[in-house]
Design a binder for this molecule. Structure first.
Ligand SMILES: [Zn+2]
Length: 260
């Protein structure tokens, strides 16, 4: 795992900020490491962005204090007021201006939720996948009522750990029950939306829109989360040097942590 190119680059990026991989994402925490592999691209972005102090936030207070410190820029998109870190917002507005000049639009998917989210938002989204999937697998006979009841009663971080274990056995918790829940939504407290470095765009299928976003530092970095863009604040040619690898899926380009 550590022989891949992502970890050395990440370690270097974090040391410049006075922190380390072990500080933000302890190696003995399987959920944190999984999160780092799936969403970690944001940690090697430009130094114009503030990085979360941890891979997994565990309370609303912790999220609120990070968001306040990072700074919050708001802008109106149609009916929605969306909020992002200032550098991310100014790049997004720039991208939208360029898109509009070409007769295109960049709009938030699901309103304000397309950008900044609170800790409670991520818990609510978790439950929107966790509860129906639990019901499904109980009906399907893969989990007993007792197992389901025990899972429901666990603290949310423990639920995540156990769900990831069940997924190893093919008991998936994504919306369509065919893949890991982490491809469907982020685990509570872990979203790039909490970091205010993510924007879900309605127009993600349009290659011209993706290109405009990319030229303004916004890249797709989470496999299978198609409408989701991450602000890295970098040019595409800088990304391999940050430990990210280019991956093509369904004609779309993703830049994901290069971990073995
Ligand atoms: Zn998203």
């Amino acid at each position: 795992m550590n022989s891949s190119s992502f970890y050395p680059k990440l370690e270097r990026a974090l040391s410049l900020r006075g922190t380390s991989v072990e500080d933000i994402c302890p190696s003995d925490d399987p959920v944190a490491r999984r999160v780092l592999h799936d969403y970690g691209a944001m940690f090697v972005g430009a130094d114009t962005v503030a990085l979360p102090p941890c891979c997994v936030f565990t309370s609303e207070d912790q999220v609120a204090s990070f968001q306040k410190e990072a700074g919050l820029a708001a802008a109106t998109f149609g009916d929605a007021v969306v909020e992002l870190q200032p550098a991310a917002m100014s790049a997004l507005l720039q991208a939208r201006a360029v898109a509009r000049a070409q007769g295109l639009e960049i709009s938030p998917r699901d309103g304000a939720e397309a950008a900044r989210r609170s800790y409670a938002d991520t818990v609510r989204l978790w439950n929107s996948r966790f509860s129906p999937a639990l019901d499904h697998w109980t009906r399907a006979g893969r989990l007993t009522e007792t197992q389901a009841e025990r899972l429901r009663g666990l603290p949310v971080q423990k639920q995540v750990a156990e769900v990831l274990e069940l997924e190893q056995e093919g008991i998936f918790f994504s919306q369509d029950l065919s893949k890991s829940v982490l491809y469907s939504i982020a685990a509570p407290g872990t979203s790039q939306h909490i970091a205010m470095l993510a924007f879900d765009a309605i127009e993600f299928l349009d290659p011209r829109v993706r290109e405009v976003l990319e030229q303004n530092g916004w890249f797709q970095t989470v496999l299978s989360d198609l409408p989701h863009f991450t602000f890295l604040g970098l040019a595409e040619e800088e990304l391999p040097g940050r430990g990210l690898k280019r991956t093509e899926v369904g004609g779309q380009t993703f830049w994901i942590p290069d971990v073995a």
